[in-house]
Write a protein that binds this ligand. Structure first.
Ligand code: BTN
Length: 244
C-alpha cells in the first residue's frame, strides 16, 4: 500500500506515529510526500528539498531477520534504487553502505531506523531527481539527476519500480538471512571496489583497499596485509580524494 501526502514533517516520523498509534500489519507500507517540513538525514542532519523536486518516501518493513542484521536492509534498498535507475538508463554507483552517486556526487541518501518494540524497520529514501540547482554549501558533493542527465523523472513510475525491486531483493535476503546471494550484485555497483579508501574509525583513521563486502554487508578493507571488516553503524568511509 502507498500513502501519498502533499506535506508532512518527515515520512519516517509519519510511519513511526502510525506504528505508535497501533498499526501492526505485516504488509509493507510506503508513504511518500511532495514536501517535508522537517526531513531528516543521517547523523542528525537535515534533509531539505523544495516541493515536488525530489522523490522522498519511507517504507515500513517487518524484517524476517534478527534486529542486529537489519543494516543489510539499507544495502538492499540502495541496490533497488540503483537497479530502477539503471532500468531508466541512468547509470549510478553505490557509495557503501547506502548512498547513490551519479558521476562523483551524491543523488540519493537512505536513513534507516529500527523500532525495537514493534520489531519494525523504517527505510527512508531521498532521491535528488528534478532539482534545477543545488544549494552552494552542498554543490561539491551533491547533485540531481536533472542536472547530470537533463532527464525529468516521473516520481510515480520510479517509486513503483523501486518498491518492486526492493521486495524482490528483500525476499532473497530473508531466504538466506544474509547477503550471500546478493553480494556480487552489490559489489558490481560499488564505487570504491579495488580502490583506496579512508576509514574514519573513531579509534583511528586508516587507509586501505576496498575488497568488497562480506555476507553480512560489512565492508572489507585490506590494510597492512590484513582484512578489516567495517560495520555500517560504526564508521564512515571516504575515497582518498574526497566524497566518493
Ligand atoms: C542521508 O543523510 O543521506 C539520508 C537522507 C534520507 C532522507 C529521506 S527523505 C524521506 C525520508 N524522510 C526523512 O525524514 N528522511 C528520509
Amino acid at each position: 500500500m502507498i500513502i501519498n501526502l502533499d506535506e508532512v514533517d518527515s515520512t519516517n516520523e509519519y510511519l513511526k506515529r502510525m506504528v505508535n498509534d497501533g498499526y501492526d500489519s505485516d504488509e509493507m507500507l510506503t508513504v511518500t510526500a511532495q514536501f517535508q517540513t522537517a526531513g531528516k538525514g543521517r547523523r542528525g542532519r537535515q534533509w531539505f528539498s523544495d516541493p515536488g523536486t525530489a522523490l522522498m518516501f519511507s517504507v515500513l518493513v517487518k524484517p524476517k531477520l534478527a534486529i542486529d542484521d537489519c543494516s543489510m536492509i539499507t544495502l538492499i534498498m540502495a541496490m533497488a534504487v540503483r537497479q530502477s535507475l539503471k532500468d531508466m538508463n541512468i547509470e549510478t554507483l553505490i557509495k557503501w553502505p547506502n548512498d547513490i552517486v551519479l558521476g562523483d556526487k551524491k543523488i540519493c541518501g537512505i536513513l534507516t531506523e529500527a523500532l525495537l518494540e514493534s520489531e519494525r524497520i523504517i527505510v527512508g529514501v531521498g532521491i535528488n531527481t528534478n532539482q534545477e540547482s543545488i544549494p552552494d554549501e552542498l554543490k561539491e558533493s551533491a547533485t540531481s539527476i536533472l542536472i547530470e542527465t537533463d532527464d525529468c523523472i516521473d516520481h510515480d513510475s520510479l517509486l513503483e519500480s523501486i518498491i518492486y525491486n526492493f521486495e524482490k531483493l528483500l525476499e532473497k535476503l530473508f531466504k538466506n538471512g544474509d547477503m550471500s546471494d546478493l553480494k556480487s550484485e552489490y559489489e558490481q555497483g560499488l564505487v570504491s571496489l579495488d580502490k583506496e579508501v579512508t576509514v574514519l574509525d573513531p579509534a583511528g583513521e586508516y587507509n586501505g583497499i576496498c575488497k568488497g563486502i562480506d555476507n553480512r554487508g560489512q565492508l572489507i578493507v585490506s590494510h597492512e596485509g590484513q582484512e578489516t571488516y567495517v560495520y555500517a553503524g560504526e564508521v564512515s568511509v571516504r575515497g582518498i580524494y574526497g566524497y566518493v
